[in-house]
Design a protein around this ligand. Structure first.
Ligand SMILES: O=C(O)CCC(=O)C(=O)O
Length: 330
């Protein structure tokens, strides 16, 4: 694919160009000296509130993409101390190592490079405009609780229609994914698809196991909506797609010979508790997972402290050793 979204992509005109004159520095505009972060116009922010997604081209430079890809490989080859990612034998080719991985969850727990990308100034600048834009009086404060590194090599499956808030609940519908395209993302290699506006009522769609295990990785699939309303979000490498946690989205199998690598980080309004896992002795209304870090504004719950990252990741592998077939058929 060329370095711009395909002309026929229905989502092309949703691509956000950085506003030509940057607005005032917001509470979320982080610290990198001398850097002017892209700011969205009020109309673009409203577009995110209405559609549930938007994407910004060129937020990540070529040099940063090279760093991300190198760090993905370092992680995969066991270059960081981490029980789930053991050092690979030097005789094993990079491709073989990557073939065995579908997704590394929480790579920022072990890699300072991945952590830095969770705090990327251009991404955080936009997050501090959109994460709580549907809420009155929101001050731009944002915290991060999750990162996911999808390797998605040739033949690897996608993820069926789902809503991220069904897995990571917030109390104010502020969950937001920032999907960093490390390669051009196309329909053929398994770009993101979304159902615009499907987040609006904060409704949880019914979930079942997907019937098509050739296309999808086996995680639950949402039902009860018009799938024909789904649109592909084809974006060039270096773009970031932002999407609300109630937005229906999916990706298809990679039918090319190349990789479709993505780092997806998840954020939410810092003013909301995060009842992600039940906590012993806590009523659900008080439950708050504090393995989070602040990326914009101040943390209203700083008095509660934060939990340290455990130095471990959760690995979703692929191939026979993981009970799945390496689907090489294109
Ligand atoms: O990139 C993909 O293949 C799926 C990403 C996704 O579904 C998510 O981040 O929730």
């Amino acid at each position: 694919m060329p370095a711009t979204a395909t002309a026929t992509s229905p989502t092309q005109d949703r691509g956000l160009q950085p506003a030509s004159s940057p607005g005032p520095i917001s509470p979320g505009t982080p610290k990198t000296p001398g850097r002017v972060d892209p700011r969205l116009t009020p109309g673009q922010v409203r577009g995110f509130v209405d559609d549930g997604f938007c994407w910004a081209p060129g937020l990540i430079s070529q040099a940063e993409l090279a760093e991300l890809k190198a760090d993905m490989l370092k992680l995969a080859r066991g270059g960081y101390p981490c029980p789930q990612l053991k050092p690979a034998d030097s005789k094993v080719a990079d491709q073989e190592v990557l073939d065995g991985i579908l997704c590394i969850h929480q790579p920022h727990f072990v890699s300072p490079v991945m952590k830095r990308f969770c705090e990327h100034p251009a991404i955080v600048g936009i997050l501090s405009q959109i994460v709580g834009a549907h809420l009155a009086h929101w001050d731009g404060a944002v915290k991060c609780m999750q990162s996911m590194l999808f390797v998605k090599g040739p033949g690897k499956p996608g993820q069926a229609w789902h809503q991220d808030e069904q897995y990571i609940p917030t109390r104010d519908r502020s969950l937001c994914g920032a999907w960093i395209a490390m390669d051009d993302a196309t329909i053929a290699n398994g770009c993101l698809w979304v159902v615009p506006g499907s987040h609006r009522n904060g409704y949880f769609f019914e979930r079942r196991k997907p019937a098509d295990l050739e296309e999808y990785d086996g995680s639950d699939q949402c039902h009860g909506f018009d799938e024909a309303k789904g649109v592909p979000v084809e974006v060039p490498a270096g773009s970031v797609v932002f999407f609300n946690g109630y937005l229906l989205h999916k990706s298809l199998k990679n039918r090319t010979n190349g990789y479709r690598r993505v780092l997806v980080n998840h954020y939410m309004n810092s003013w909301s508790l995060l009842p992600w896992h039940a906590q012993e002795g806590k009523a659900i209304a008080q439950t708050d997972v504090r393995r989070v870090f602040q990326v914009a504004g101040t943390d209203p719950y700083a008095r509660l402290g934060t939990e340290l990252a455990p130095g471990e990741v959760y690995l979703r592998g692929w191939g026979k050793a993981w009970g799945s077939d390496v689907a090489k058929k294109l």
